[in-house]
Design a protein around this ligand. Structure first.
Ligand code: SAH
Length: 372
């Protein structure tokens, strides 16, 4: 059985052409599936009966199974999805005035092993398929009771509950490149979710060649997890830095901006008490990013058991942001959302059967177990 959630329009067109079906049929099915949230071929009333029968025989529309639905006191909602083989991934919906952001996972676990991240602690199991990535959006739309209302003709996304998607859930999207890009294409496709490139953000630890490839193949808004202003500290916090140090990363950001839908890169910066949060660190960041048009998004560290890090006092975060702003850099502080259901940045842990079998880490304990 083919899962049609695995298909972007191009691959669906190719399959329909093999079936001897016209291209407009593929577009029709895309619209039913993603705009209407339909998973029943028989309900696709304007699709020819013979084609519906063929589809029923060979294909299905199957999102990951929902395991748990948690609602935070601040309205943030977190879903835990079963992806089989004792693995589960998390998706978070963050409602705000004027927009709704869906935070999507791209892998079961993560292989990057950043020192301050709960997902990394769990190790890595596997990449999510395109269908498992897009299935999170497909199901979230349904669970939020949201049809994809589309543009109102004046560029506003009236009535659209999920107006923004960020690949900031579990996993490193750029080490699952093909599946992530196919899912991005469905998000952007007018026959599916029709989101603008500016409203879809890929967040990465900074895999330099993949940033270049994304620029060529599917430029969307880019966020880079920076977290340190010098290589020595970044090497410690994020092992990937040893492979792609800051100088190369900054150059890749500059190249990306030649094609990006936005004229800045967002640098995410997790604030770790006494580690990377001094005035000197802020000044070093200003020097480091001098040639990269950027905004900073400061993320006060979200604690998890045995992390070994702490969140700085609110005043430190304010002063740090103040130094960046005095220099003319836009710096926002990410509000901690959903932390009562462990849905905040870095707290997503789902359930992962680690294949990396790292040693020396805390015993495998999922956030679900810790917080339930
Ligand atoms: N792998 C990608 C996507 C994950 S995005 C990336 O690293 O960019 C999740 C964001 O939350 C990243 O910026 C990550 O560094 C940050 N983060 C991880 N652990 C955190 C924690 N405990 N507190 C706050 N932010 C954290």
């Amino acid at each position: 059985m083919f899962n049609l959630l695995d298909y972007d329009l191009d691959t669906l067109l190719a399959w329909f052409s093999e079936l001897g079906e016209k291209p407009f049929r593929a577009r029709q099915v895309m619209r039913w599936m993603h705009r209407e949230g339909c998973d029943d071929f028989d309900a696709m009333t304007d699709v020819a009966k013979a084609l519906r029968a063929k589809l029923r025989e060979q294909a299905e529309i199957r999102p990951p199974a929902l395991l748990r639905d948690s609602l935070s006191s601040d309205g943030t909602r977190k879903w835990l999805f079963d992806i089989g083989d004792a693995n589960a991934v998390e998706t978070v919906f963050i409602p705000e005035a004027g927009r709704g952001t869906l935070c999507v996972s791209s892998q079961a676990g993560c292989a990057l092993d950043c020192a301050f991240c709960a997902t990394g602690r769990q190790g890595f199991n596997r990449n999510l398929s395109t269908g498992e990535i897009i299935g999170q959006l497909w199901l979230a739309n349904k669970l939020l009771g949201a049809a994809v209302a589309g543009d109102d003709g004046e560029g506003r996304d009236n009535g659209r509950v999920i107006s923004n998607v960020v690949l900031m859930g579990m996993g490193e999207p750029l080490t699952n490149f093909e599946n992530v890009v196919a899912a991005l294409r469905v998000m952007l496709d007018d026959h599916a979710y029709g989101l603008s490139r500016r409203r879809v953000t890929v967040s990465t630890v900074g895999i330099v060649p993949a940033i270049d490839r994304l620029r060529e193949e599917c430029p969307v808004a880019l966020a880079v997890s920076l977290h340190a202003s010098d290589d020595a500290l970044r090497d410690r916090l994020m092992p990937i830095n040893r492979k792609y140090p800051l100088r190369d990363l900054m150059a890749a950001c500059r190249r990306y901006l030649e094609r990006a839908p936005r004229d800045f890169v967002t640098f995410e910066y997790v604030m770790l008490d006494g580690v990377n949060d001094s005035d000197a660190h802020a000044r070093a960041l200003i020097a480091l990013t001098r040639d990269v048009p950027c905004k900073f998004n400061l993320i006060p560290f979200n604690p998890f058991p045995f992390s070994g890090f702490a969140r700085p006092p609110a005043r430190r975060v304010r002063d740090f942001a103040g130094i960046l702003r005095d220099f003319g850099i836009i710096a926002t502080t990410r509000k901690t959302r959903g932390d009562d259901v462990a849905a905040a940045c870095g707290q997503l842990a789902g359930k992962v059967r680690d294949k990396a079998r790292r040693v020396g880490l805390c015993p495998l304990q999922t956030m679900e177990e810790v917080f339930s």
